[in-house]
Every structure is written in C-alpha cells, then in structure tokens.
Design a protein around this ligand. Structure first.
Ligand code: NAD
Length: 319
C-alpha cells in the first residue's frame, strides 16, 4: 500500500548532543515546527531560550509530533527513550506520530525489535493510506561537520513507502539518502561501512609505518598507493600521516575528526552482530581490539587515524 504523507509540520527531536543539535538546527532553519527533549537541562534551556518548545519526557514529545527523530549515544539509550517510563511508546497501543526515525548508531537487532513494537501500535488519528505508525532506522555517515553543513548521508531501513515519505525531511539534514531494505538494514549498512573503514585505515597505517621503517617516506609511498591498487579513502582523502595531506585530522594533531571511542563503539556492534549470525570476521575482531586498546591508553577523543601514531608508532613526515 502506498503511503501518501501530507506535508510533515510537527517534528519532535530527542538527543540534542554533538550531532542531534546540529541536525535539529537545520530542521528549524527549514521551517519545521519543532518540539525537543534531552536529559541535559542546559541543552533544554538553550532551546527554550531560542523559542523552541521543550518537553520533560519523550512521551511529551510524541504527543506533540507527527514525526519523532532520535539521535542518542547507544542502544540502551534508544530502548530507554522508546520503552522506558514516559517513553515514546508509553501511550500503550495508541501513538500520535506516524513516523519514528532513529538516527543513532545502534545494533540492527534492537532496530528490528523496536520497529516490530512500533508497527504493532495503532495511530491515534488514522490518516488515509496510513493506518499504523512506522519506524525507520536511519543512521548517518558524516560527523559533526557534515551535521552542521546539512550534508549527512542517511542509510535507511524499514518500509520503502515510509522511506519515501520521510525523504524530504531527511534531506533537510543531509545531501544523500540511501534505502537499504527492510527494518534494521540501515543499522547493518552503518556498522558494515565503519568496519570496512576501520580495517582499511589499519591497513594503510600498517603499510605506511612499515615503509617508513624500511626507509621510504610516507609521501612517496602514498603517491604510489594513490596511483596503484592500494588506493582508498584512507590513503587519498584521510591520510593518517602528519604532513602528507592538509586539512585532515592527522595535520592538526588528530583533532576534530571521528573519535577513536566512536570507532571502538561501532566495531563492538559489528563484532556482536557477527557473533550473533556466526559470521567469520577476524579483521573486525582485531580492529576492535586495537581501538579498545587505544582508548584505554588515553587517546579516545583523538581521531581514529591516530592509530598510525599510537599503535604503529609511525612518524610525522617532518620528524
Ligand atoms: P552525544 O553524546 O554528543 O549526544 C547524545 C545526546 O543524547 C546528549 O545530548 C545526551 O544528553 C542525550 N541523551 C542521552 N540519553 C538520553 C535520554 N535517555 N533521553 C534524552 N536524551 C538523552 O552523541 P553524538 O556524538 O551526538 O552521537 C549521537 C549518535 O550519532 C551516536 O549513536 C553516534 O554513534 C552517532 N554518530 C556520531 C557521529 C559523530 O561524529 N559524533 C558520527 C556518526 C554517527
């Protein structure tokens, strides 16, 4: 059944941290009528000072919104916001929002369970062609810079009709949306993308550090990679060696990128998912181990390309 969604006006947003605040600000700029909630009272004050409606609970947001977006740290926070006391689903079977969109990076199983719970609810006010609420998992690629610029990529799992209905809303916060298939597939796409990114960063860092130890400069080796079969994003757009490229975290002491602690979190989700389906993923296991160690050694807020320095003891191009 095709779902025709009348224009979305009232949007709820829960989780106004590094990513969520920037995404919510872009929705405000696009003219949506917003209602927001965060457990951090300072954040709530900032939004009420801006004239945005704030609610004390996720349920309060649900009661005021046609669509609710969540952008929370991890699965347990998302479960709490949906199923906890005064959560989005507190109303029992009856829900006001037609669409619930979770953009947090969480495990696909949690996305699937929540999607099933939401589909079992009934809409408070039935709309033509839209009888029950729907959930989309829509994690993002791109960090705070892309969130601020409104250039995120959304990987979306759920029903395709709901995806099409949500597309223009998502495009107010991003430049790309990709439909990934049924419930949970957005979360699958996100963790698979990040495990491939981690493993390629480790491969490039390992090769560049070995090259340095054997007497070749990282710049020369990078030129070889970028015109040969080792070329990849980690070598040609996000090179981990200080002094090889400008404008990347390695050129500013590994600040302002994708923190190692977030990479460790995403790899943990990938490992747990691999174990669940008994899929062999040796490189993912090793990558998780390496990033966990880097975090334990105190580098958790540095960009994940700092593995070149902290794990491989690689040198700056100018050392
Ligand atoms: P963050 O910690 O900066 O923000 C999370 C916000 O959620 C905080 O404001 C916190 O107070 C709020 N919160 C926590 N529990 C809550 C609850 N129960 N109810 C209401 N609010 C609650 O995190 P972030 O960096 O914005 O990341 C959010 C999500 O986006 C994570 O899942 C992360 O993995 C993912 N992500 C982050 C980046 C990045 O570069 N930061 C990039 C891509 C994806």
């Amino acid at each position: 059944m095709s779902r025709i969604l009348e224009p979305i006006k009232n949007v709820g947003f829960i989780g106004l941290g590094n990513m969520g605040s920037r995404m919510a600000n872009n929705l405000l700029k696009a003219g949506y009528k917003m209602t927001v909630h965060d457990v951090d009272t300072n954040v709530m004050k900032k939004y009420s000072d801006m004239g945005v409606s704030t609610k004390q609970t996720p349920f309060g947001v649900a009661e005021a919104s046609d669509v609710v977006i969540t952008m929370l740290p991890s699965s347990s926070h998302v479960l709490n916001v949906y199923n906890g006391p005064y959560g989005l689903l507190q109303g029992g079977n009856l829900l006001r929002p037609r669409l619930l969109i979770d953009s947090s990076t969480i495990d696909p199983q949690t996305s699937r369970k929540l999607s099933a719970s939401v589909s079992n609810c009934t809409l408070k006010e039935k709309k033509e062609n839209w009888e029950s609420p729907v959930m989309l998992d829509a994690p993002v690629s791109g960090g705070v810079v892309a969130a601020e610029a409104g250039s995120l990529t959304f990987m979306v799992g759920g029903s395709e009709d709901a995806y099409l209905a949500a597309k223009s809303l998502l495009l107010s916060m991003g430049k790309n949306t990709i439909f990934c298939g049924g419930p949970g597939n957005g979360s699958v796409a996100k963790i698979c993308n990040n495990l491939a990114m981690a493993v390629s960063m480790l491969g490039v860092s390992e090769a560049l550090a070995l090259g340095q130890s054997l007497g070749i400069t990282a710049s020369t080796l990078t030129k070889i990679f970028n015109s040969s079969s080792a070329r990849c994003w980690s070598s040609d757009s996000y090179n981990p060696v200080p002094g090889v490229m400008q404008g990347v975290p390695s050129s500013r002491n590994y600040s302002g990128g994708f923190a190692s602690k977030l990479m460790a979190k995403d790899l943990k989700l990938a490992v747990a998912s691999a174990e669940e389906v008994e899929q062999k993923c040796p490189l993912t296991f090793l990558a998780q181990h390496i990033y966990t160690e880097i975090c334990k050694d105190g580098h958790e807020t540095e960009d994940f390309s700092s593995v070149f320095r902290h794990y491989y003891s690689g040198k700056s191009e100018h050392d």
